[in-house]
Design a protein around this ligand. Structure first.
Ligand SMILES: NC(=O)c1ccc[n+]([C@@H]2O[C@H](COP(=O)([O-])OP(=O)(O)OC[C@H]3O[C@@H](n4cnc5c(N)ncnc54)[C@H](O)[C@@H]3O)[C@@H](O)[C@H]2O)c1
Length: 317
């Protein structure tokens, strides 16, 4: 075996939005790398285990048995979905992670595990501004609570030597292709994606709302960088805020207009939703990401570059 070859890559949630992109970028960097997706649905290209990560205590065992792997854990119930089903959110996001750690531990190898957390671990009046890696988590949603618990599990399992864990606190990822999903932040992608294709998009929060955003490619670059870091450089607190752009919804609307004209902006319909607004306006609008930047992770240049990326990847003929 080539000693410089990267370890096998295992991706839970590999058939989802970030999972597919991450697997594609990992294979671009290392063609021929062993990659396995574990998801409720099949991945179209790589080896797939179609399974519920929280249901079976043995689901990962076959891919962990032969030696250390890099495991990127993306499978999750997302934000508004978690808010409406507390039991399912805890089952998948907490029990599923414990299940994963237990299987890593039982395998007898120390696997590198990258967990995906979120800005939603912060919220409400206690959120410090700017928010950084050392800020106390104050989740004000069930989704954020499950991610905060996950961050602590990763730190503790790393301290115990069960895994070599790292957590990426992801800003809101825009622009997601396809249809709106159950994430409370779904509108952040929708307000570009829909009007640029001549469709209306409801805006559930005030246009002054500040947000921290990241493009899909930059988010996946950051996750892959986290897989390669020496975990010890992170110390005992493994959660790292990925560098993001601090913007307001008004700035997003201005950028939409710059690309799609006044007609595109007119398709955004301010239809406030108190439930979504309560979650999103509690998230930090500023992000101290100096620790990640010092480790070589980077943010997007500006909102325009993110819109250009979406047009090139999904709308260009
Ligand atoms: N996209 C964002 O803006 C964003 C922001 C912050 C954090 N995150 C986190 O990043 C991760 C990936 O996000 P995404 O946008 O790709 O989500 P996604 O919903 O597109 O993908 C998640 C995948 O997980 C799978 N999955 C869900 N429950 C499962 C289970 N019990 N067993 C096996 N597979 C299961 C789904 O089938 C899906 O393919 C999630 O953990 C999410 O919380 C995303």
């Amino acid at each position: 075996m080539d000693p410089s070859a990267p370890p096998p890559l295992v991706v839970t949630g590999g058939a989802g939005f970030l999972g597919r992109l991450l697997i594609g970028q990992a294979l671009d960097r290392h063609p021929g790398r062993s990659v396995t997706s574990i998801d409720l649905v099949e991945h179209p290209v790589v080896d797939s285990i179609v399974a519920d990560i929280a249901a079976s205590p043995q689901v990962l065992a076959p891919v962990l048995a032969d030696g250390p792997v890099t495991l990127v854990h993306l499978a999750s119930v997302v934000s508004a979905g978690a808010e409406t089903d507390w039991t399912e959110a805890c089952r998948v996001n907490i029990n599923g992670l414990i299940n994963l750690v237990e299987q890593c531990r039982a395998s007898g190898h120390r696997h590198t595990v990258v967990f995906t957390s979120s800005v939603a671990v912060f919220g409400g009046e206690f959120t410090a501004s700017p928010t950084g890696d050392r800020t106390k988590q104050t989740p004000m949603s069930t989704y954020g609570m499950t991610k905060a618990v996950g961050e602590l599990i990763i730190d503790d399992a790393t301290r115990k030597g069960f895994i070599d864990g790292r957590t990426a606190r992801l800003p809101t990822v825009i622009i997601r292709p396809g249809k709106p999903n159950l994430a409370a932040s779904s509108f952040c992608s929708g307000l570009f994606r829909e009007p640029l294709q001549g469709l209306e998009c409801p805006l559930p929060v005030p246009s002054t709302t500040p947000l921290v955003v990241i493009s899909p490619r930059t988010a996946v670059d950051g996750l892959l960088r986290l897989t390669e870091l020496d975990g010890a450089t992170l110390g005992p607190m493994r959660a790292l805020a990925l560098p993001g752009l601090a913007v307001t919804v008004d700035e997003m609307l201005d950028t939409l207009e710059a690309f799609g004209g006044a007609a595109a902006r007119a398709l955004v319909d301010e239809r406030h939703d108190a439930g979504i607004a309560a979650i999103v306006t509690g998230w930090p609008g500023q992000w101290d990401d100096q620790r990640a930047r010092a480790l070589g992770l980077q943010a997007d240049i500006d909102l325009g570059s993110i819109v250009r990326q979406f047009i090139d990847d999904h709308l260009a003929p």
